[in-house]
Design a protein around this ligand. Sequence first.
Ligand SMILES: Nc1nc2c(ncn2[C@@H]2O[C@H](COP(=O)(O)OP(=O)(O)OP(=O)(O)O)[C@@H](O)[C@H]2O)c(=O)[nH]1
Ligand SMILES: [Mg+2]
Ligand SMILES: [Zn+2]
Length: 340
Amino acid sequence: MNKRRLSKNQTRRIKKQQQKAVQKAGENSPNYGEEALGPEQKGRVVAHFGTQVEVEHTNREVLRCFMRANLEPVVTGDHVIWRPHEETGVVVSRETRQSLLSRPDSYGNLKPVAANVDQIVVVVAPVPELFSNLIDRYLVIAEINDISPMLLINKSDLIDSENCNKFDELSRVYRRLGYQVITTSAKREDGISDLRPLLRNKTSIFVGQSGVGKSSIIQCLLPEEDIKVGELSSAKTKGRHTTTHSQLFHFSDAGECIDSPGIREFGLWHLDKSDVIDGFVELSELATKCRFRDCSHHNEPGCMIKRALAAGEISTLRFESYLRIVAGLDDVGIKAHPNR
Ligand SMILES: Nc1nc2c(ncn2[C@@H]2O[C@H](COP(=O)(O)OP(=O)(O)OP(=O)(O)O)[C@@H](O)[C@H]2O)c(=O)[nH]1
Ligand SMILES: [Mg+2]
Ligand SMILES: [Zn+2]
């Protein structure tokens, strides 16, 4: 369950956005009469395209569905009730969510990304180069939504004597914090058998920058699926946003994974300072012990975080990352840039 409390302003803003989305979906809904629709059935949203969704129902059959007018927005991973209409269907209601992963877009609107997700797999690679503190931004989102994160370093075939220190350090820092870190090469199919058991019985979403190989890894896990991956040339550039919508796939034994579109930026403007510190597992507990309740952890006496830093008990990189995220919190509505 979501353990954080939203401020009144945040709640108001989210409500307003939802109303807008409901209105938009309603405008695009066909107006079928009750008698034209078949009986109610259960299903799960496996893909989301603007105002339509793909719903998987019995026998893993997938059907394009419209939304009933005035229905709250649904996203990939949602369990829904739908009613058939000729070759299509209409989603008439949404079941309660166990979790919801949302993140703000570059215009400051909070967008739901996927629902009923248990695990966030943050994928990074030597190419494209990692946005500054992107991993920590994802970890904050995961921690405050109570969705367990893991870190996946892909393209291990591109790790060489020049960049290996950086990736060793990354693994060390995050393992020390208790996070699972795994290394793969989708190209050589290395590490895939280590990854597979970590995804069993869970719904995992693969997230990260465009071009890091999210779809390629899912293709290795599910060779029978036909998943679109980026052109070879884009591996050398920043990536081209090959995946355009979140899509849910099943593993043959148990569990699901969701491929999601790569991101360009990742603002955290919708959070406040206390949310951010909650997302830094090694800082949140210490912060409660600082002498001053409103300690900014800069220069105050009795700051436990400063003390732990001096004793080498916490990573300077992570602390700097925390400060940078907090410093960018006031950029509400401004196009947030990850390198701030
Ligand atoms: N060398 C190498 N290249 C890889 C590896 N995994 C993926 N690639 C290449 O990286 C490029 C991008 O891969 P995708 O799987 O499309 O990346 P993505 O993260 O899904 O990108 P978006 O859908 O745009 O978010 C493609 O050219 C892949 O062939 C790997 O392990 N090693
Ligand atoms: Mg992709
Ligand atoms: Zn402090």
